[in-house]
Design a protein around this ligand. Structure first.
Ligand SMILES: [Zn+2]
Ligand SMILES: [Zn+2]
Length: 422
C-alpha cells in the first residue's frame, strides 16, 4: 500500500523550509518592532464562531468550511481564517483588561474546501495582524505599514497597495440605496447569486466573480461618494499618513466587504506578475466584529495574507533564501577507544551551537575524509586512540590543508572553529 498526500495539501520539504523560516522570521522581526506579539489558537473551533463572523450565507461557511461532529455530537470546524479565533481568544481571555491597545499577530495553517489551483490549497498558511482598541486612523496606517515594510524587507518590488473606505453603518445605508437603484434595471441580466443578494447585501454584487456580472457593474456608484463627514475625514487621514511614510497607494472603490462589521478602511496588497491570483494580503477595519462574537464594542483593524502566493512572488522576483546547510566540522574517529567516547565529545561541541557531522558506519580514514569533503565541511576534527592517550585532537582546515594539535578538552577546538582558524 502506497499513501499519497491529500489533494490540495503539500509537504514543506527541508529545502523549502529554509525559505519559510527566513520569511517568517522577517515577519516576526517587523511585527515585533511595532510592538505586536504572537498569538496561537487551535486549528479547530466551534463551527458557530465562523457562522457568526463570516456570515451563515457566505461561501466560506456554505461551501468551503471543513466541518465535523465530534464523538459527543458537537459541531466543530477547521478554521477557514484567522481573525475570528483571535477575536474569540481576545474576548475569552479578557485581553482588553491587560491593555486598551492589543497588538497581535498569528501564523498558521487554515483550511478551506476549495478547488485546488496554482497558489491555492485546501490547507494553506496565513499570517495576520490584528490591532484591537482604537478607531484612530493612525492604526489603519500602522497595520498597512507593517505589511509594506515587511514585503520590502523581503526584497519584493512591483507591489501595489490599493485602498478604499467602506464607510460606517450610517453612510453605507445610503450607499446601499444608491446601489439598488443602479442594479435594479440590470437584475434580469445578473446571476442568481446577485439576485438573491440584491435586497439584503447589494454591496456583495460588487464582488461577484461571474464575468457577465463583472461587465455590467463598470459604472456602479462608488462608496467614496457616499461617505459621511466623519468617514471622509478618517479616510483622508489614513491617506495622509501613507503619504508621509512614502507608501504609494491607489484608491480602488472596487474593494468591498460583504459583511456589516467592516467599517472604513479596506485594503489589498497586489503583486504584479502573478496573473489572476495576484493579491498577497488584504484587510481592513472591523469595528463591529468583536461585539458580533460576544465581546464589547471595541474598534479593531487587521489584515491577513497567504504564504503560498508570497513565496511564488519571491520566486518570481528571484529572491532566494534557500541555503544549503554545511557542517562547521566533520568528526573523524579512528579506533575503539576514540569511538566509545565520541558521543559525549560531539554533544559538548553541539551544545555550544556547532553543527558537527559524524558517520559511525564509516571506519577507514579515507572513507571518513571523503565523506567530510562531500559535506563541504570547513574543518575536520580527527581523534584516534593515540590522540586519546595523549589527550589531544587534530584540527584540520579542509580548505587550506593546515593542521594543528589541540587539547582534547573541547574549549580550544571550539574557539578555533568559531574563529575559522587553524
Ligand atoms: Zn460613515
Ligand atoms: Zn453575479
Amino acid at each position: 500500500m502506497k499513501y499519497s498526500i491529500p489533494r490540495g495539501t503539500y509537504d514543506i520539504l527541508p529545502a523549502e523550509s529554509y525559505k519559510w523560516q527566513a520569511v517568517i522570521s522577517s515577519f516576526r522581526k517587523i511585527a515585533g518592532s511595532f510592538g505586536y506579539e504572537e498569538i496561537t489558537t487551535p486549528i479547530f473551533e466551534v463551527a458557530e464562531l465562523f457562522e457568526r463572523s463570516s456570515g451563515e450565507s457566505s461561501d466560506v461557511v456554505q461551501k468551503e468550511m471543513y466541518r465535523f461532529t465530534d464523538r459527543k455530537g458537537r459541531e466543530f470546524a477547521l478554521r477557514p481564517e484567522g481573525t475570528a479565533p483571535v477575536v474569540r481568544s481576545y474576548v475569552e481571555n479578557h485581553l482588553d483588561v491587560l491593555s486598551n491597545r492589543t497588538k497581535l499577530y498569528y501564523i498558521g495553517p487554515m483550511f478551506r474546501y476549495d478547488r485546488p489551483q496554482a497558489g491555492r490549497f485546501r490547507q494553506f498558511y496565513q499570517y495576520g495582524i490584528e490591532f484591537i482598541g482604537s478607531d484612530n486612523p493612525y492604526y489603519d496606517a500602522e497595520v498597512i505599514a507593517i505589511e509594506m515594510l515587511w514585503l520590502k524587507d523581503l526584497g519584493l518590488k512591483n507591489l501595489r497597495l490599493e485602498i478604499n473606505s467602506v464607510g460606517c453603518s450610517s453612510c453605507s445605508a445610503d450607499y446601499d440605496t444608491a446601489l439598488r437603484e443602479f442594479f435594479r434595471p440590470l437584475l434580469p441580466q445578473l446571476c442568481a447569486d446577485c439576485n438573491n443578494r440584491f435586497d439584503k447585501k447589494p454591496r456583495r454584487l460588487l464582488d461577484c466573480k461571474v464575468p457577465s456580472c463583472k461587465a455590467l457593474r463598470g459604472s456602479a456608484p462608488s462608496q467614496l461618494d457616499y461617505l459621511d463627514e466623519a468617514c471622509k475625514a478618517h479616510f483622508a487621514i489614513v491617506c495622509e499618513h501613507l503619504e508621509s511614510m512614502n507608501i504609494p497607494y491607489t484608491i480602488n472603490p472596487g474593494i468591498v466587504r460583504g459583511l456589516d462589521y467592516y467599517t472604513n478602511t479596506a485594503f489589498e496588497v497586489i503583486y504584479e506578475g502573478l496573473g489572476a491570483q495576484n493579491s498577497l494580503a488584504g484587510g481592513g477595519r472591523y469595528n463591529g466584529l468583536i461585539e458580533q462574537v460576544g465581546g464589547k464594542s471595541i474598534p479593531a483593524i487587521g489584515f491577513a495574507g497567504g504564504f503560498e502566493r508570497l513565496l511564488l512572488a519571491l520566486e518570481h522576483e528571484k529572491i532566494n533564501f534557500a541555503e544549503h546547510k554545511t557542517p562547521d566540522a566533520y568528526l573523524i574517529c579512528l579506533g575503539d577507544k576514540a569511538r566509545s567516547g565520541v558521543m559525549a565529545y560531539l554533544n559538548a561541541l553541539r551544545q555550544n551551537g556547532l553543527y558537527v557531522e559524524y558517520d559511525p558506519d564509516k571506519s577507514s580514514l579515507k572513507a571518513q575524509f571523503k565523506a567530510a569533503d562531500a559535506t563541504n565541511a570547513r574543518f575536520a576534527i580527527i581523534i584516534g586512540d593515540s590522540e586519546i592517550e595523549a589527550g589531544t585532537v587534530n584540527l584540520k582546515n579542509l580548505k587550506t590543508g593546515e593542521q594543528q594539535s589541540l587539547p582534547l578538552d573541547g574549549g580550544e577546538v571550539l574557539l578555533h572553529i568559531v574563529q575559522g582558524q587553524v
